[in-house]
Design a protein around this ligand. Structure first.
Ligand code: C2O
Length: 353
């Protein structure tokens, strides 16, 4: 069987890091647990087109600014609030909920739940943002295309309020080129070092493209290598085998953005319990989501057919404050979800090492 639904009444303190218990549970009462089954948006609605961060115009940025400012002003009792949205990520990445009818915790990283769960998270986040600005059902999140040379620095708009975030590594501010293979070594003690590549901008861009080729093509020929291991309910329980893209650049960009003043964990982006507090989390994940689409297309629209995966379900609040129960099979067509990605080139495709 697939993983079981989270038991929403089981929320408990969890481990944000090996040395840090966190409590990201929502204030809630029994009636909050009532849910509806997810309904596809009306197929006649226009597509929400997600655009790359370096091509956004002033009007769009103003709209996004307004939505996020409203979101940040909502009280924590409102599941649409910025804090609650960020905590949602904390809840499912630290095992704060048990699965229904079992005591096993639920964690959506390092397995085949990674891509679909994050797709759901940002999809509802996007709908909520759109709903906050007078019901704009065309509002789309931007994506941060760190896989192409134009996108290999922290995007401009994320350096300014309300998208700027304190807890970041200042030495990685623009014009510093992202290191998609940024590595940190965990050791048993606290001396946990992250290594700067020391490469000049041109060499760093080239190295990044080669890395992308590996993660998307050479090292990801088989489904499981890209999607991660099958995480099922019961016996064996969670697996621990992230796909190529999840390991890097997903994890590495998280670490690279996070603050060096928090050695080891590099909060906020560098560790899961706090990552979604940084507004840059969302365009980072939109790019991950886009690259899942790209990989699927490059591999003849291959998709996992195991019903244990297809029927794994999760809960998310929408813009109308309704709690939706949504299955992985519901999110496999982004067109049916009524969004799309503006096309950008894949220069890494020609960067076989
Ligand atoms: Cu749930 Cu980018 O991590």
């Amino acid at each position: 069987a697939g993983v079981l639904l989270p038991n929403l009444t089981s929320c408990h303190e969890s481990m944000g890091r090996s040395d840090l218990p966190v409590y990201c549970c929502p204030p809630m009462n029994q009636s909050d647990v009532a849910f509806i089954d997810f309904q596809f948006p009306d197929p006649s609605l226009p597509l929400r087109v997600r655009r790359p961060t370096h091509l956004l115009d002033e009007n769009y940025i103003a709209k996004y600014k307004k939505a996020i400012t409203i979101m940040k002003s909502l009280p924590d009792t409102d599941p649409r609030s910025y804090t609650r949205q960020a905590n949602l990520h904390c809840l499912f990445c630290t095992g704060a909920y048990n699965q229904q009818d079992s005591n096993s915790p639920l964690d959506i990283h390092r397995s085949w739940l990674f891509f679909p769960w994050h797709r759901m998270l940002i999809y509802f986040h996007e709908r909520i943002l759109g709903g906050l600005i007078i019901g704009d059902d065309t509002f789309a999140l931007p994506f941060w295309p760190w896989d192409i040379p134009e996108g290999m620095v922290i995007p401009e708009m994320y350096m300014k309020a309300p998208f700027f975030h304190e807890a970041r590594d200042i030495s990685h501010f623009p014009p510093s080129v992202v290191d998609l293979d940024y590595s940190c070594t965990a050791s048993s003690s606290d001396d946990y070092g992250c290594f700067e590549s020391g490469l000049g901008p041109e060499d760093q861009v080239y190295t990044n493209l080669v890395m992308m080729y590996n993660q998307m093509v050479a090292g990801a020929k088989k489904m499981e290598l890209f999607m991660g291991c099958p995480y099922k309910a019961g016996e064996g329980g969670s697996c621990n085998g992230p796909g190529t893209l999840e390991l890097a650049p997903h994890n590495t960009v998280h670490k690279w953005v996070g603050s060096n003043l928090n050695p080891g964990s590099r909060e906020d982006m560098g560790v899961f319990y706090s990552a979604a507090r940084d507004p840059i989390f969302y365009p980072h994940h939109a790019n991950i989501d886009r690259l899942w689409e790209v990989w699927t297309k490059l591999h003849g629209n291959k998709v996992i057919t195991d019903p244990d995966w297809l029927d794994s379900s999760f809960f998310f609040y929408d813009e109308k404050l309704q709690l939706n129960k949504i299955k992985i099979r519901d999110v496999l067509s982004i067109t049916r979800l009524r969004y799309a990605y503006e096309k950008v080139d894949f220069p890494w495709l020609n960067n076989r090492p």
